[in-house]
Each structure stands twice: as C-alpha cells, then as structure tokens.
Design a protein around this ligand. Structure first.
Ligand SMILES: Cc1ncc(COP(=O)(O)O)c(C=O)c1O
Length: 445
C-alpha cells in the first residue's frame, strides 16, 4: 500500500489562444465566486455520450456529467433530436395555457413516483424546487419550522441556503429563522462518535430531540437528501430514514426527499433514492439528471398536499414545452434502455473496483455511495482520519491530465465524487479505474 500523498503541482497544459481568451473573459466578466475546477480551467468544446473534448482537442471520459446532470450521455441523439424538433415547433407559451408536453411529463412522473405523488409543479432548478416544497409544506400544515440535516446542500436562494449546512454556502447573512439542523448520519465521521451498528442509529434520535428543543414542537417539514450529494455522497445506514420518518409523522410534519442528485435511477434499481430506504415521502424535489442537461425543477406531491397551496403560483419557464419534451425523453430512455438495472449492475461492479483501489492506496479512507453515485474520501492517515483536501485537488489535476473528469465535494473538500452516466458500461468503468489508478500512483510524498 502506498503512503499518504502530498500536494504536487500539476504539470502545465498547452493551452490554445481560444481557451486562454475564454478563461481570461470568465475571470473578467463573471463573478469570481463562480469558481472553476483545475489550476488551468478546462474549456469544454463539445460532448458525445460519455466523452467531452476541450478546445485543444483533448478527449476526456466524463465521470461527473456536469454534476450528475447529463444522465444519459452528452448530446444523446435520442434526446437532442426530440428537443431540436420541439424548439422548431413551439418553444414557450408560459403556464397560462396548458400544452400536451407538460401534461405528458406530469403524467409520466405520476406513474414512476412512489405512493400517491400525483401532482407536479415545474420550475427551472433544484433551488426553486426546494423553495416551492418548503413554501407548500408551510401552507399545507400551517406550521413554520423546518428540520434539515447538517452537511446538506439545497440550493442558492434564501430558503435553500438556510437549509444548506456548509459554511462556504452560508456566507452573507443567511436568514435561518424557522430552520434547524439535526446531526447527519455520517458514519465515517460519526457526529456522536459511535460505531454502526452498535450505535443503534442514535443519530436519528437527534431529529426528535431537535424538534423538542429547537423548534416550536410543531414542524412543517423535514427535508433531506437520501444520499447527501455536495456533502460528499454521505450514505446513511439503511434504518436511518425509516426511524426519522416515524418521528416526522409523530409531529404531524411532511417528509420531503430532495432527490436533486439521487433521483432518476442514479442509485440503481429504483427511480428515487428514498425508495432505497423504504420510505414513501410526502414530496419529492428533482432537477439535474431529470432532463439530461436542459434546466428543470420539479416538486411533486399528493393532490391533498398540493391542494393546500394558498394564493396563486406561477413559474414563467416551468414546464416549458422544450423542457418537458427533454425530461420525458430522458425518463423514457431510462425506461427503454433499462438504465435503473444498469446503474445497479455497473454501479456494483464500479464499487468493487473502487474498493480494490482503496486496498492499494492508504489515502482512500472511505468508499461509499450507491449505484452510480460513488465517493472516495481522502485522508492523510486512516487512524486519525485527518482530511486530505490538497491530495484530493492533486488527484483531480492528475485525472484531468490522464483524460478522466471527476468531481469533488464534502465539507472538508477531500471527497472525490464519481457519477458516470446511467448508460455507462463495464468497459467505461475499467477505463476510469485504470485512469484513477494511474492518477493516484502519480500523487506522491
Ligand atoms: C441535493 C441538491 N438540492 C438542490 C440543489 C440545487 O440545485 P440547482 O443548482 O439546480 O438550483 C443541488 C445542487 O447541487 C443539490 O445537489
């Protein structure tokens, strides 16, 4: 097993004048808070299924899909042909007129969601989807308080930022009135310093304790990601959400599953991550992978809860014909090509290979996730679990140089996120593992 890594500067890329110009203009004309990966940002020129090419013509195997958003392949012709046809036929009418595409999408969603989640509200992003969910929960229950989890990421609006529990995303005076955070089920770094299964999932009890001590005692909703995405694919023990669901119901609240990362088959076998934990939520929010890169947000719930919305509600672009066509085409392709099964089979294969890498590199402290949503948490020392964010940055630089794109996350910036497309194959995984192995081997003391 190799020893823990230290930061080594990446070798420089030959950059074309075109990409130099893009990077310079990005710096000049975009907010600096919109950060890019890599010392020399990668300017992507085109994509085709599992691959991307930069402006210099270098080819990359994409194992992050624009943050779990390109779910069935870059510019997948089966999706883009339908999107193109719709752009040329009818692009926008607003929700003031019904159109056949929004209803066809909503009907499809009603067929694949668990329980009685039959009525959809469409927006343009995960942020808006969560915002709508909290607003509706407050109206439908008449309560105000909301319980979320530490290490959550919910989006960039005022409420979504208040649900988010990562300091870098909470700068600037987030108004958190009525939103409290329970400890999260982060077994690798248990907030209660216990060990599963002896812990008997004690972290779940914190939700009840928080309701009793940090809220009015009546909560509108509990909102959580079935696997915390930005948090670094933090995967709860299988009992966690079942216990929490009972608590949430005891206090008359709604259970909202934020499926922005975990939805649409990402975790394998099931459409939604929460189904892996055998919980039927009151609301699901979705975005990202739902339309293979076309901007979309979804809040789906029961007719009874949806009927609790007071006043009027509009999202100008929500459920736009083009978006609706893209989303339905994506969902139908996932069905037709049996990608829920593929995510399970190839995800299990991928996981096995990642565990083999873990036995080779002591830098890899934890391997976790489900289906095609797998993470490697990097540590300087497996005993102390001191996070290794510099090594994570360095591995990222190496993977990029070796032709593989992956993501990063976690509160400590030390978790590599691997989320290939749902139609990824075992040979793609073999290739990615080969490149990861090479990259880890190049990160040295
Ligand atoms: C779980 C989760 N919820 C909500 C959001 C916000 O989505 P968007 O960036 O589309 O607003 C994200 C984005 O990363 C997310 O990961």
């Amino acid at each position: 097993m190799t020893t823990p890594a230290q930061f080594v500067p990446a070798s420089q890329f030959a950059r074309s004048a075109r990409s130099e110009e893009v990077v310079a203009k990005h710096k000049k004309y975009l907010w600096p808070s919109v950060t890019n990966y890599f010392q020399q940002p990668l300017v992507v020129d085109r994509g085709e299924m599992q691959h991307l090419w930069d402006l210099e013509g270098n080819k990359y195997l994409d194992f992050f899909g624009g943050i779990l958003t390109v779910s069935v392949g870059h510019c997948n012709p089966k999706i883009s042909s339908k999107v193109n046809a719709q752009v040329n036929r009818l692009q926008h009418t607003s929700t003031l007129y019904p159109n056949e595409h929004i209803v066809a999408l909503a009907e499809k969603i009603a067929q694949i969601t668990p329980g009685n989640l039959q009525q959809s509200f469409f927006t343009n992003s995960g942020t808006e989807a969560n915002e709508a969910a909290i607003l509706l929960a407050r109206m439908a229950t008449g309560s105000y308080d909301v319980v979320a989890l530490r290490h959550a990421y919910s989006g960039g609006s005022a409420i979504a930022k208040a649900i988010t529990a990562h300091a870098p995303y909470r700068k600037g005076g987030v108004i958190s009135v009525g939103i409290s955070h329970a400890v999260n089920p982060y077994c690798y770094r248990c907030p209660l310093h216990l060990k599963y299964p002896d812990c008997e999932v004690a972290c779940a009890d914190d939700v009840e304790n928080l309701i009793q001590t940090g809220t009015s005692g009546n909560i509108a909703a509990f909102i959580a990601e079935p696997i915390q995405g930005v948090g670094g694919f933090i995967t709860p023990p299988k009992e966690y959400f079942k216990i929490v669901f009972k608590i949430v119901k005891k206090y008359g609240a709604l259970f909202i599953a934020d499926e922005v990362q975990t939805g649409w088959g990402r975790t394998g076998k099931r459409w939604f991550g929460i189904e892996q934990w055998e919980v039927v939520p009151d609301m699901i929010t979705g975005a990202k992978g739902m339309a293979n890169g076309v901007p979309v947000g979804l809040t789906v719930t029961t007719p009874e809860i949806a009927g609790g919305f007071q006043g009027a509600n509009i999202a100008t672009f929500g459920g736009n014909p083009v978006t609706s066509v893209a989303a339905r085409a994506t969902i139908e392709l996932i069905e037709e090509e049996h990608l829920l099964e593929n995510a399970d089979v190839v995800g299990t294969y991928f996981r096995g290979k990642l565990e083999e890498l873990q036995s080779k590199y002591s830098l890899i402290g934890d391997v976790r996730g489900m289906g095609l949503m797998q993470a490697l948490e990097l540590v300087k020392d497996r005993k102390t679990k001191e996070p290794a964010p510099e090594a994570a940055t360095q591995v990222m630089e190496r993977t990029r140089q070796n032709g593989l794109l992956i993501g990063k996350g976690g509160l400590y910036g030390n978790t590599l996120r691997l989320a290939p497309m749902l139609n990824t194959t075992k040979p793609d995984v073999d290739e990615a593992i080969k490149l990861l192995d090479k990259s880890f081997s190049e990160v040295r003391d």
